[in-house]
Design a binder for this molecule. Structure first.
Ligand code: DI6
Ligand code: FE
Length: 401
């Protein structure tokens, strides 16, 4: 027999409908098995649900469970030493000569077993779960050879087997040029990146294809070749675009119907319009903006004006965003980027689900998964307002046991 239960709370933020919390006072959520079957005000509860077992959450607020739509949580080692060197005045070259930078993570990741990668990722995943995360995206991209890229993706898949969380993977072979291909980015794309994508896809390890389009990474024409391969395999694409400069990456991604373009600090009007036409989500990553000491903020006003949905994510990675808090991400989205607390909450629920192409989570509505977070707050703005405080009371993943 499927489990039936009624949850009751002072307020439920359904996130139904864009631009609003979808707040319901004295709210009821009816759950059957893993699915929400009814949500509304207690006074409107249909008679068929009235004798279901009930759990009363009192004064609390229920929201959709949180979704982190952009992470690199699978990697080995960390870059604290490099962080310290830089703050002691070391130059970029000195850091690089001491083995720092993204390639130091590649070296550590290549040397790590699948079990070790999983074990290293779990504390980061647990930190996200502790704040109500029910779904995370996880990228490859620190292997940059076939074997290690596959190992990263297998470790990512295993997270969902040993933790109650949904994992969506992205193949990020086009993240950086590995040392053995220095100066030969085109050869890396043809000889390693695309063949590895095909192998990983055949193993069922890839949900979407990502790339890093930037002067220090890959040019638009190289990304286009990877996206052509993704299209041939029937895989959706997304892109790290316009983070440090404007190469027209978001427009390119939009021409492939991208799920999202991420970072987008340097996005221009043309890019915003292209994203709006394609229905791409802008995934904003204030943790990287903060860590790198950037000053150019993403064009939030333009995105709003053109109706481009904005998601917020941690970008959890060892270099530019060693952050494992979606609540802090929400706060930063507001304080650093000028988003409203409503936009911040939509950014880690409704719009994050859209950025991952997930049609069954991210809002509280009949037919959606019962992925919920119960908070010890009365006003949803508190979730963005506080810094370093976790008011999570309970996380509900696919219904109650
Ligand atoms: N953008 C970033 O900021 C990171 N990757 C990316 O595509 C940097 C990753 C790292 O430094 O390890
Ligand atoms: Fe990233």
């Amino acid at each position: 027999m499927t489990n039936k239960i009624i949850l009751q709370a002072a307020s439920v933020a359904t996130l139904q409908g864009s631009g609003s919390y979808g707040l319901i006072g004295n709210g009821i959520i009816a759950i059957e098995g893993q699915t929400v079957v009814w949500v509304g005000s207690a006074s409107d509860l249909p008679s068929q649900f009235r004798d279901w077992p009930r759990r009363d959450y009192g004064h609390r607020l229920v929201t959709p469970g949180l979704i982190d739509a952009h992470t690199h949580v699978v990697f080995a080692g960390n870059r604290a030493k490099e962080f310290e060197m830089r703050l002691n005045g070391a130059t970029y070259e000195e850091v690089a000569r001491a083995g720092g930078g993204i390639l130091s993570t590649v070296t550590a990741t290549r040397a790590a077993s699948e079990d070790a990668l999983l074990a290293d990722a779990l504390p980061r995943v647990d930190a996200l779960i502790a704040e109500g995360a029910v779904c995370i995206e996880v990228k490859s991209g620190y292997g940059l050879d076939t074997e290690t890229e596959l190992r990263m993706l297998r470790a990512a898949r295993r997270i969902a087997q040993i933790r109650p969380i949904r994992v969506v993977t992205s193949f990020l072979g086009a993240h950086a040029i590995p040392p053995e291909y220095t100066g030969r980015g085109d050869s890396y794309i043809d000889e390693v990146c695309i063949p590895t994508l095909k192998t990983a896809h055949a193993e069922g390890l890839v949900d979407a294809v990502d790339g890093f389009c930037e002067g220090i990474a890959f040019a638009p024409n190289q990304i286009a070749r990877v996206f052509d391969a993704a299209r041939d395999l029937g895989l959706p694409v997304k892109l790290h675009a316009e983070q440090l400069s404007n190469l027209g990456g978001a427009k390119l991604a939009a021409s492939y119907g991208a799920l999202s373009s991420d970072h987008v600090e340097y996005l221009d009007q043309d890019g915003v319009a292209a994203m709006a036409d394609a229905g791409s989500v802008a995934v904003l990553l204030p943790g990287a903006f903060y860590t790198l000491g950037e000053t150019k903020v993403p064009p939030v006003g333009q995105l709003r004006k053109h109706g481009v949905p904005m998601a917020l994510a941690t970008d959890c990675n060892p270099g530019s965003s060693p952050m494992t808090s979606l609540l802090l991400t929400m706060n930063m989205g507001c304080t650093l980027f000028g988003m409203t607390p409503q936009e911040a909450l939509a950014g880690v629920t409704r719009h994050a689900a859209q950025a991952l192409g997930l049609p069954d989570t991210g809002i509280i509505a009949p037919g959606y998964r019962a992925d919920l977070a119960v908070w010890d707050v009365t006003d949803p703005a508190e979730l963005s307002y506080r810094i370093g405080f976790n008011p999570l009371h309970q996380r509900i993943f696919g219904g109650l046991e």
